[in-house]
Structure formats: structure tokens, C-alpha cells
Design a binder for this molecule. Structure first.
Ligand SMILES: *[C@@H]1O[C@H](CO)[C@@H](O)[C@H](O)[C@H]1NC(C)=O
Ligand SMILES: *[C@@H]1O[C@H](CO)[C@@H](O)[C@H](O)[C@H]1NC(C)=O
Ligand SMILES: *[C@@H]1O[C@H](CO)[C@@H](O)[C@H](O)[C@H]1NC(C)=O
Length: 700
């Protein structure tokens, strides 16, 4: 052990000065085989103190600012002395050690605060102020020292010291021995300890960590209106409501949520996603710290019979006008069956019955929840009656700035048999900005459209009744039926359920490519891009690549894409209807799909940063297998298949394999270039900006 003991040697009355106390500690350390020197300078002479240590040991690794005082002493202190010894003393000693620690790229600083500072204590105003001042000092040192491996933590010990001995009963003092504090200090000082900026209470063998918590809060200001004290008073409960509290990890995070509010107030933003619900007055909160990825949300049972299957089929637009549809509408039909997308109905029960609100760490305001994407995979054809059990887990939580995306994986069982898997991607307005990641390898990815490949068109008019019928399958959100609720969400009239359009599109595919045979259906993925109004016509555009049918769904009247990045996977023979321009099983397809998604969510930001058009030629077995154009120059950016008509500022040619190695970080792009694996035509300087587009794909 190498230690330095600094003690003014004051007795409990704060008078007298002796070297005995420090010498005693030094002796104890030496007796145990350690090295120690005593120093008797005042902490105000921080430089001298540190110099003693440097002279003796040549290095400062650890700086423990333990300045021990108690209540008794405080009465005798002038305010100035309190400040001088506690705050200024710790500051001066630390400052003297700081550069040595920084230069040697190692340092551990422990500040000693006290419960009186953290909580306040009657009659200890000066002391509390000085002690909490230390915490502020430690917080900033933790940030400034981080990159030099100089970490700073703060402890609030309750230890039996010379000072507590006189005010506490002996058995209490015995339980509060310094031996019970020192191990924490030693661990915090260890080079293996990565704790930085922490605050701990410690005593009697117990150690606890403290942190700041902040309520979800409430925006009491409206655009172009003065903010009034009455508004503050009227929303006081919401301002102080800790149920959806968050724990900002730093000043950026703290500021970011305020900036989010600012932009919401300025734009009167109602919801980022227009398929969306309700007014964003409050905003939900997701606490990434306590929202455990992988935690089970809830389990629910769904009991049904043919009634529910038929109701669902009617909800997604089937009618007896079409003889093909009878097998889904009449329980005595010899081929009677459930539509495959009924699988979402059986599973959604787990979320509808308050499942979401039971997730610890999620303070979800249900008017703020929008359905973003859906993936469904069937392992067996659905039965037409029975009781199914669904289990939901949080697969991931993503931070999209204006909101958070919650990925919920739901497994649905028939008895012990896994029947289907759903991934609900839920957008929670206003819950973003917690500093979380933007993407996840848990996402079931969709694909950007390849419009030149459209081979089949299927149009169906939705009926004015569809939303009203579809609700009866279990999604009772008033947004889809109640005009005044829809108006609150910024819609002129109630909108169709995203999953209703999803059902339309799925049955279009089933009819077109699988002869309406539900057993051919394997999986479906879709993103809800824009709302559909009941009565509008849905047009599903489809093209097939192997067993995968890519599709997008538009509102025919407005030509707006409402289901995007969608596909249906089928079982059975893969017929000849293959898109000539398709990717043909390239691994890079996935990456481009993801690039397409990022451009959709971050397009304008990327255009600002990059301002260039990139062309890609992906080769396989020496031949060009796919071409892509990433346009980050105009509008809010876009991704297309194809050469992009010579617009590209720079074009990269690389094999599918090498492309994957580059994006996974296994192959350095420069090396790839010099070894001829990556060919570049055009403005080669622009390849420097590639990183902005290609980073963070390692997990794909
Ligand atoms: C600080 O402590 C002294 C002595 O107890 C007291 O007289 C003084 O009012 C205190 N100052 C503040 C700001 O509380
Ligand atoms: C089917 O379910 C409905 C509604 O849950 C119920 O009213 C009806 O009795 C059931 N029918 C049969 C034959 O079990
Ligand atoms: C839906 O479209 C298909 C083919 O385009 C057509 O045969 C069918 O009658 C339409 N159904 C309705 C209810 O419009």
C-alpha cells in the first residue's frame, strides 16, 4: 500500500494541532508492510502535500480527500473555515494532483461528502453547502478526467472517527468503523474499477449508490402564448409526477429533452407519425436504465372461435361478392380457415390488456403510442378456435429523437406448440432523446421498393365500414371511430387501423401468389407510412423474388404509399415470376434496406452532412449483380436501385462479400482500395464521407 496521510491533527474541539494522528496512521500502514509518509501541511497547501507524495513515491495514483468533521466541530467553525477546509481544501489538493494523473493516464479521486450535504440537516447550513459543493466538483472532474483514465467518485461515509466518537453511543460508533468504508474506497481506487462520477453512501458494511431522477415533466407553454403562473399551478401535479421519471445521464441529455419540447412547441407538432394517435401535450417517457431489454412484459390468453375469424376477415375487406372469399367467411365451407394475418389479433391481446403499461421503466401515455411496423411469422396454420397463450418481451428500445421505438416480441402458443411470432414496433411520441441507440439488430428489416419490378397490381376499395368492423377484432382505439378523438390527434376524420390495411395487403398477396391457401403463408413485414381513410382504395403493388413477395400499398386516390418496406414470404414452389433486376440473394441487400430506412428517418440530416450522390455496383462472381444509388444531395435524400442515370458523384464497385466485410468493420476501406477489392470512379475525395452512411452495420 502506498498512502499519504494528511491530518491537521486537530482535536475534536478543532483546537490544538499535533502530528500524532497522522503518524499513527502511517505507523499502522508500515506495520502492515506498506509504504506511507505523513504530511502535516494544511490542505490549503495542496501543492506541498502532493509534492510530499511525489518526493516519496514518484507518482500520484489516488487522491482521497477525506476531511473529517462532525456536528460538534461545525459549531465551532466560522463559515469561512468550513468552506476553506472542505471545498477549497479538496479542490486545491485535487488540482495539485490533477496534471500528474492526467499525464500518467491514470488517477482515481475520491471526494468525501456527507448526508448533511445530500439531504440537508438542521443547523448545518455551511457544512451542507460546502459538502454538496464537492459533489459538483466531482461531477465535472469525472467528465474532464474520463478520457485520461482519471476517474472521480464521491462517497458519503458514516464512519466512526475521532469526531463521531464523542457524539454517538459507543455501539453505534463500533458499527460505523472506518474498516467498513475503506474497502469501497479501495475498490474505487483500483485500476480495474470503471466507476466514474458515482455517488455512494457507505457505512456499517452497507454500500448504496445515489442518482438524480427527474419527472417526465410537463410543457405548460403554448406557441405564441405567454407562459402564466396559473398554467404552472394548474399542471403542478403533472410537473411533480414521478411515475414516468427519467434519469438524465448528463447535461446533454437534460438539455436535449428541453430542446425537444422547444421544437414541439414551435412546430405545434402533434405526432411524428401520421398513422398516429392523439395530441402530444404530455409525452411519454422511457427509461432506458430500468427498461430491461429481454424482460417479459406479460402473458395473456386469447379464446376465440370461428366468429372472431370471420369478423376479422370482414374487417380487412372480404365480402361474399367475391366467391373466393367464402372460405374465410363461412364456417361450414369445406376449406374454412382463418386468414393468416389473424395471427396479429391473437397476439395483440397481450398489449391491449394493459400489458405495455406494466413494463417497468416505461411511462407510456397511451395517446402517444403509434404503431410503426409489424412483423408476423406463422409456424403452423392458425386454428379456427381455441385458447392461445401469448408471451411478450421487450426486444429493444431505440431512441429516434422525436420519440422512442419499442420493439416488442410476442410468441403465441397453442398448448405447448409455438404457433406464431409477432414483432410490434411501437413509436412512443416524445419519449426519445434519452441518448439511446437509433438502430437495433433485433429489428426485422423491411426492404426498399424496386418499382421497376412491379408485376402485379391488386386494387380494392376499403369500405366506410371497415374501421368500425375491424375494431371489433380487439383494437378499440377511439382514433378509428370517434371524430372528436381523431381531431385531437390532428386528423380530419377517424382513420383506418394500420393493421387493417396490413390485412388487406396480405390477402391481396395470398390471392395473387398463393391461390388463397393460408398454409402457403409464412411471414409478413410492413411499415405503416401514412394513414388511410375509410372509403379510400388500396392498391397493392407486388413483385416476387423466389419465395418472397415484395409489396407496397398505396392509396389509389392520392398515390401516397401507406405500407412501405413490406414483403410476404410464402412456402411452397417458387414460381417463375422473378424480378429481373432483383438482388438475387445478395447479402448486401440487407444493408441497403437498412440504409434506405436510415435515409427515411435521418434523410435531411444526412443530406446536410454529406451532400453527394453515391453509386454502387455490387458484383458477384465477377459480374454486376446489383446497382444502387444513394442520393444524399437533394431533398431529404433517397435510395434507389439502379445506376441513377449518371448522377453519381462517385461510384464504388465491390463484390458482395467484400462489401459486407467493409460494413462489418472487418475490412478497412483504404486497404480494400489499395488491394483492388474496392474500385472507385469519380470524386474519390467523397469516399471520406462514406463512414457517415456505412457505420454501425456490424450487427446486421
Ligand atoms: C454558518 O454557520 C455560522 C455558525 O454556525 C452561522 O452563524 C451562520 O449563520 C451560518 N451561515 C449560514 C449562511 O447559514
Ligand atoms: C364463439 O365466440 C362467441 C364470442 O366470443 C361466443 O358468443 C359464442 O358462444 C362462441 N360460439 C361457440 C359455438 O362456441
Ligand atoms: C378486390 O380486387 C379483386 C381483384 O382486383 C377483385 O376481384 C375483387 O372483386 C375486389 N373486391 C372488392 C370487395 O372490391
Amino acid at each position: 500500500y502506498v498512502a499519504q496521510v494528511n491530518d491537521l491533527g486537530a482535536d475534536t474541539k478543532g483546537g490544538g494541532k499535533s502530528s500524532a494522528a497522522a503518524d499513527k496512521v502511517v505507523e499502522e500502514i508500515r506495520a502492515k508492510g506498506g509504504k506511507a509518509v505523513a504530511n502535516y501541511d494544511s490542505v490549503e497547501d495542496g501543492e506541498k502535500l502532493i509534492q510530499t507524495a511525489l518526493d516519496s513515491f514518484g507518482r500520484i495514483g489516488v487522491c482521497v480527500c477525506v476531511l473529517v468533521f462532525t456536528v460538534v466541530f461545525v459549531f465551532l467553525c466560522t463559515p469561512d473555515l468550513i468552506q476553506r477546509v472542505h471545498l477549497r481544501g479538496s479542490f486545491l489538493v485535487t488540482r495539485a494532483a490533477w496534471n500528474h494523473m492526467k499525464n500518467q493516464k491514470f488517477g482515481r479521486i475520491i471526494m468525501t461528502t456527507s448526508a448533511a450535504g445530500i439531504y440537508g440537516n438542521f443547523g448545518q447550513a455551511n457544512y451542507s453547502a460546502a459538502k454538496l459543493g464537492l459533489l459538483g466538483l466531482a461531477n465535472t472532474l469525472a467528465i474532464e478526467g474520463r478520457k485520461y483514465n482519471v476517474y472521480c467518485n464521491t462517497i458519503a461515509p458514516v464512519a466512526g472517527s475521532r469526531l463521531t466518537e464523542t457524539v454517538m453511543p459507543p455501539d453505534v460508533v463500533a458499527a460505523l468503523k472506518a474498516e467498513y468504508v475503506a474497502p469501497l474506497v479501495l475498490w474505487l481506487c483500483h485500476e480495474d474499477c470503471q466507476e466514474n462520477g458515482g455517488l455512494f453512501e457507505v457505512g456499517a458494511g452497507w454500500i448504496g449508490k445515489l442518482r438524480w431522477e427527474r419527472t417526465k415533466g410537463h410543457t405548460v407553454r403554448q406557441k405564441n402564448k405567454a407562459m402564466s403562473p396559473e398554467a404552472v399551478r394548474d399542471h403542478w401535479d403533472k410537473i411533480c409526477d414521478f411515475t414516468a421519471a427519467t434519469r438524465p445521464s448528463g447535461i446533454q441529455e437534460s438539455l436535449q429533452s428541453i430542446m425537444t419540447v422547444l421544437s414541439q412547441v414551435e412546430s405545434d407538432e402533434v405526432g411524428a407519425n401520421p398513422t398516429a394517435s392523439a395530441a402530444a401535450t404530455g409525452g411519454s417517457a422511457i427509461n432506458p436504465v430500468s427498461t430491461d431489454v429481454g424482460q417479459k412484459v406479460s402473458t395473456s390468453l386469447f379464446t376465440f372461435n370461428h366468429t372472431q375469424c370471420i369478423l376479422y376477415a370482414l374487417g380487412v375487406g372480404m365480402s361474399t361478392k367475391d366467391p373466393d372469399h367464402l372460405r374465410f367467411l363461412y364456417e361450414n365451407h369445406p376449406d374454412f380457415g382463418c386468414l393468416p394475418t389473424f395471427g396479429v389479433i391473437a397476439s395483440q391481446a397481450v398489449l391491449m390488456e394493459g400489458g405495455l403499461s406494466s413494463v417497468p421503466g416505461l411511462g407510456i401515455d397511451f395517446t402517444q403510442v403509434l404503431h410503426g411496423e409489424q412483423y408476423l411469422e406463422l409456424y403452423k396454420p392458425l386454428p379456427t378456435s381455441g385458447t392461445l397463450r401469448s408471451e411478450a418481451t421487450v426486444a429493444d428500445v431505440l431512441d429516434k429523437g422525436s420519440g422512442a421505438v419499442l420493439l416488442l416480441d410476442v410468441n403465441t402458443y397453442n398448448g405447448d406448440e409455438l404457433l406464431c411470432f409477432n414483432q410490434f414496433s411501437v413509436f412512443v411520441v416524445g419519449a426519445g432523446g434519452f441518448g439511446g441507440k437509433r438502430t437495433s439488430d433485433r429489428v426485422k428489416v423491411g426492404f426498399p421498393p424496386n418499382l421497376r419490378c412491379i408485376s402485379k397490381l391488386h386494387k380494392n376499395r376499403t369500405s366506410l365500414l371497415n374501421a368500425a368492423l375491424y375494431r371489433l377484432s380487439g383494437d378499440w382505439n377511439p382514433l378509428h371511430i370517434d371524430p372528436s378523438f381523431a381531431a385531437m390527434g390532428g386528423f380530419k376524420q377517424p382513420i383506418l387501423h394500420g393493421l387493417c390495411s396490413f390485412g388487406f395487403a396480405a390477402r391481396h398477396v395470398l390471392k395473387q401468389f398463393a391461390g388463397n391457401d393460408p398454409s402457403r403463408f409464412k411471414a409478413i413485414k410492413a411499415r405503416f407510412a401514412k394513414p388511410v381513410l375509410p372509403g379510400q382504395s388500396l392498391q397493392t403493388e407486388m413483385w416476387k423474388e423466389g419465395n418472397r413477395v415484395h409489396l407496397q400499398c398505396k392509396v389509389k386516390e392520392t398515390d401516397v404509399v401507406v405500407l412501405a418496406g413490406a414483403y410476404v414470404d410464402l412456402h411452397g414452389e417458387s414460381d417463375s415470376d422473378v424480378c429481373p433486376h432483383a438482388g438475387g440473394g445478395l447479402q448486401s441487400e440487407l444493408v441497403f434496406a437498412e440504409i434506405g430506412r436510415r435515409i427515411e428517418s435521418l434523410g435531411s440530416e444526412l443530406v446536410r452532412k454529406v451532400n453527394a450522390v453515391f453509386g454502387w455496383e455490387i458484383t458477384k462472381d465477377g459480374k454486376t449483380a446489383a446497382q444502387w444509388t444513394i442520393d444524399l444531395k437533394s431533398g431529404s435524400g433517397s435510395l434507389h436501385r439502379g445506376a441513377g442515370g449518371g448522377k453519381a458523384d462517385v461510384t464504388f464497385t465491390v463484390s458482395d462479400q467484400d462489401f459486407m466485410e467493409v460494413v462489418q468493420g472487418k475490412l478497412n476501406p483504404q486497404k480494400a482500395f489499395f488491394s483492388g477489392k474496392l474500385k472507385i470512379r469519380g470524386n474519390i475525395m467523397l469516399s471520406q464521407k462514406l463512414e457517415v452512411i456505412l457505420k454501425d452495420y456490424a450487427k446486421l
